[in-house]
Design a protein around this ligand. Structure first.
Ligand code: ZN
Length: 195
């Protein structure tokens, strides 16, 4: 009897040890990651989630939500969108975290779109800049209006008179910046100085 009792105790202990399988360790780390995320320790949470993602044979669906939400906080918006979508796809509206998943998906999509827009505007600003003439490294360009003379001729009915070039202010040259503005048709002539 004592032997059997010992056996049962031993068996129970063995089972207790047996429960510390990798599987439960994964769930423990997933819970830990979740706590870290709620505490705002997103990097630490990420490493817990990644450990589970990389090692667990079958990923629990909830992890898609946790990882997706945490990714938002790490500014990995595309990754966040992918994982939250995955969660919603798998669990649908019945998922425990459905509302939160929808909310964070919205956050990430907004941020992602914002980044895409900024990227586009940076790109078009660059494209526009690259269209500008570099003036071949010169600071000044000969004014295309007065052709460097600083004056323009006005042909009147009885005579021809000339006036100070309103674009180059009589200097006959344009700065590279103004030259580009002129070529874009947006250089304002200095009419007040023309007489
Ligand atoms: Zn000029």
């Amino acid at each position: 009897m004592k032997f059997i009792y010992s056996f049962i105790v031993c068996f129970n202990v063995c089972c207790a040890f047996g429960q510390i399988t990798p599987e439960s360790e994964y769930y423990r780390r997933m819970d830990l990651g979740q706590e870290l995320m709620y505490e705002g320790k997103y990097d630490a949470a990420q490493s817990e989630f990644l450990f589970v993602l990389e090692n667990m044979a079958v990923i629990p669906t909830e992890l898609a939500y946790f990882f997706g939400r945490n990714s938002f906080h790490l500014d990995a918006y595309k990754q966040s969108i992918n994982w939250l979508n995955k969660y919603l796809q798998l669990k649908g509206a019945k998922g425990q975290y459905y509302d939160d998943a929808i909310q964070y998906l919205q956050f990430s999509e907004d941020k992602y779109m914002e980044l895409q827009r900024n990227k586009t505007s940076v790109l078009s600003a660059y494209d526009l800049a690259s269209l500008q003439y570099d003036c071949e490294g010169l600071d000044k360009m000969i004014c295309p209006v007065c052709k460097g003379s600083g004056v323009i001729f006005r042909h009147g009915i009885f005579d021809t008179h000339y006036q100070t070039c309103p674009y180059s202010n009589g200097e006959g040259y344009l700065s590279c910046k103004n030259y580009n503005l002129f070529m874009m048709g947006i250089l304002t002539p200095h009419d007040s100085l023309s007489r």
